[in-house]
Design a protein around this ligand. Sequence first.
Ligand code: B12
Ligand code: SF4
Ligand code: SF4
Length: 229
Amino acid sequence: MIFSRGTIDGIAAALAVHGLILRGGFNFADDEAAPAGNSGSAAKSALLVGQAGAAPWPHFQRWLVRQARGIANPLDTWSREVIGAVAQEFGARAVSPSDRPYLPFQQWAMRAEKLKPSPLGILMHPTYGLWHAYRGALLFEEEIFLPEPQEAIHLCDTCVEKPCMKSCPVDAYSERGFAHEACLGHVRGPRGEPCRAGGCLDRNACPYGTRYRYPSGMQAFHMAAFARL
Ligand code: B12
Ligand code: SF4
Ligand code: SF4
């Protein structure tokens, strides 16, 4: 397949039906250990698929009511299904952020959109703030031609107060990284209701991208998946 602007536009249109967007892409370097493409040969390029704000949430919810009750990892299953169908249509191999061994999605995202991590580990987007994520990637065995991503403003650099570092009751995020067990203990415990019901207090304290903030029901869903409530 020859990659043209039209192909990329076609992929974007097929994803938009599900509330998903293309999050940029890149070509693997010749000496890089790239994952396999469709035929099993090393992929030459990747397009990242993700979400800005809660856009896919209503699509996912409509799909979920048609599934058997208690389905495991429903958001991953939905993402694999819809991104897998787009991959098939365009001759790509779809991969997921939850595939094992983990693929370096955040490193890929830093290449594709020139984003940098916030103190929370979540990549900071100049428009969406902390309210965006990756749902998959399309791997191709051809190179793609995309304009070089523009340098993104890293909002954390000019954020003096850093409220995201001051709201967690157990100070789970610090310069030493994320204290996973301390967070889990609090979320599962008697005083964890605010995190369980409305999401991470540190993430919600960030003043940027608030227009894209996930609704509380969606945050509660992600928190339940994270803490296996
Ligand atoms: C394992 C994992 C975790 C582990 C981290 C354990 C650890 N110390 O590595 C735990 C369970 C703690 C975690 C939590 C969360 N995670 Co997480 N996680 C992953 C996952 C599946 C694999 C990470 C990995 O090892 N990759 C392999 C390495 C080689 O790739 P990498 O790009 O170099 O990975 C970087 C990250 O691991 C990062 N990192 C290290 N520790 C942590 C901790 C957190 C909280 C985050 C966000 C990143 C992070 O540093 C690495 C170096 O660049 C990725 C998806 C993926 N495939 O990358 C999501 C991912 C990083 N997580 C994500 C998110 C949003 C979260 C949460 C904030 C929300 C949620 N999902 O519930 C929570 C935090 C809980 C809270 N308090 O709200 C997003 C980040 C999106 C973004 N905008 O940047 C990702 C990309 C998933 C996605 N679908 O988009 N996560
Ligand atoms: S509160 Fe400030 S430092 Fe924290 S994520 Fe938001 S912009 Fe970055
Ligand atoms: S979810 Fe709650 S306990 Fe965990 S880091 Fe966020 S504020 Fe802290």
